[in-house]
Design a binder for this molecule. Structure first.
Ligand code: PLP
Length: 394
């Protein structure tokens, strides 16, 4: 790649998203990497994990994105792309030894929780879930007074969709003291807002589907680590379990990454404005956004993040029927600009009532609506929310 690690370390992330992952500067060569469509590569010798060899081992189209993401997360080794965020979750959970203990936030991404729960039900691992904002409770599960210590601490901060903030440094230190490795799902924050490796995490996970690709048109995942043994294990898992990225998706993800800094800047600013306004709206019973000074996670978020992200959650005041779910459903249906859809992190603003998913933990309130703020004009977004909230009264 044409941008050295040394040079990237001197540049701001807003520049790295544009400059990383370019081909060598040679006369008449393209400035963007090509898409390589080949399931196999010329070769005659024996084939190892480090060789290109065959299309499940490697594809040159992955390299620029893996290089750029590693630079952004401050890793010394290239990242690893996967077919989806959950393929990356599967690979990360493979780091747990048979029967090992995993400590996970009770409000982790639902798919990660389902996967860990199913592995636990089959006896492959022991799962301990906990309120990740309660540092003492997490520490007690990592190193219980009696019983096994944790092998892996799974971190998500802010959590999805409760937006709880973990003390990443304190929990990482506690996990390492117990001999556990730490995997942090950094999907909500992106490396521009939070760098878990610098807070001590061993592995960072992304659903690239969300902010990194940013246009709701690809499904991809990634892992990043600076630990050579962990990376070798993860790479081997990717080769043997086969959760690999398609070259076209990998190319689209790099193209999306180019505008990440601009998108984050806009969507974070809009999220802050909308949070302030929603927090005083009579139809909003409760709001979660770590950027609000009144939010329980505010101080922690300020200390470990650069900004507060662009996801916010509100609970809609309504009649007691179905815990306010009807009012929340009504709000979502009354919107004309916001798109009623799951997922997050795209250029378009998305909204959904989370408990419409049966896999969502029951501790998520029925009337909780998650807003993924996009890059549209903030006054247009606000007008639409205002008219939809108003329609609840009529
Ligand atoms: C979407 C998401 C995932 C799963 O990623 P997919 O690309 O949908 O497989 C994992 N973690 C978080 C926080 C997510 O938002």
């Amino acid at each position: 790649m044409s941008l050295s690690d040394q040079h990237a370390a001197d540049l701001s992330p807003e520049t790295v998203v544009v400059a990383a992952g370019r081909p060598e500067r040679a006369h008449d060569e393209p400035v963007n990497p090509p898409i390589v469509l080949s399931s196999t590569y010329f070769g005659t010798g024996s084939l190892g994990d480090g060789d290109r060899g065959y299309g499940r081992y490697a594809n040159p189209t992955w390299d620029p994105f893996e290089d750029a993401l590693a630079k952004l997360e401050g890793a010394t080794l290239p990242g690893l792309l996967y077919a989806s965020g959950l393929a990356a979750v599967s690979s990360a959970l493979s780091l747990v030894p048979a029967g090992g203990v995993v400590v996970m936030p009770s409000h982790s991404y639902a798919g990660s929780l389902v996967m860990a729960t199913e592995l636990a039900e089959k006896g492959f691992l022991e799962l301990r879930t906990v309120d990740i904002t309660d540092t003492d409770a997490v520490k007690a599960l990592i190193s219980p007074e009696s019983g096994k210590k944790a092998d892996l601490l799974w971190l998500e901060s802010p959590t999805n969709p409760m937006l709880g903030i973990a003390d990443v440094r304190a929990l990482t230190d506690a996990a390492h003291a117990a001999g556990a490795i730490v995997v942090t799902d950094n999907t909500f924050s992106t490396p521009l807002v939070q760098q878990p490796l610098s807070l001590g995490s061993d592995v960072v996970l992304h659903s690239v589907t969300k902010y990194l690709a940013g246009h709701s048109d690809v499904v991809l995942g990634a892992l990043v680590t600076s630990n050579p043994e962990l990376r070798a294990t993860l790479l081997h898992h990717r080769i043997i379990h086969g959760g690999i990225a398609g070259p076209f998706e990998a190319w689209l993800a790099l193209r999306g990454l180019r505008t990440l800094a601009l998108r984050i800047e806009r969507s974070q600013a809009s999220a802050a404005t909308l949070a302030e306004r929603l927090s005083v709206h009579p139809r909003v019973e409760a709001i979660r956004y770590p950027g609000l000074a009144t939010d329980p996670g505010h101080e922690r978020a300020k200390a470990q993040m650069k900004g507060f992200g662009s996801i916010l959650c509100i609970q809609i005041a309504g009649d007691e029927q179905r815990g306010g779910a009807d009012a929340a459903d009504h709000l979502v249906r009354a919107l004309q600009l916001w798109l009623p859809a799951t997922s997050l992190g795209g250029v378009e603003s998305l909204i959904e009532r989370r408990r419409r998913h049966t896999a969502e933990p029951l501790s998520v309130p029925e009337n909780l609506v998650r807003l993924s703020v996009g890059i549209e004009n903030v006054e247009d977004l606000w007008s639409d929310l205002e008219q939809a909230l108003k329609s609840l009264d009529g």
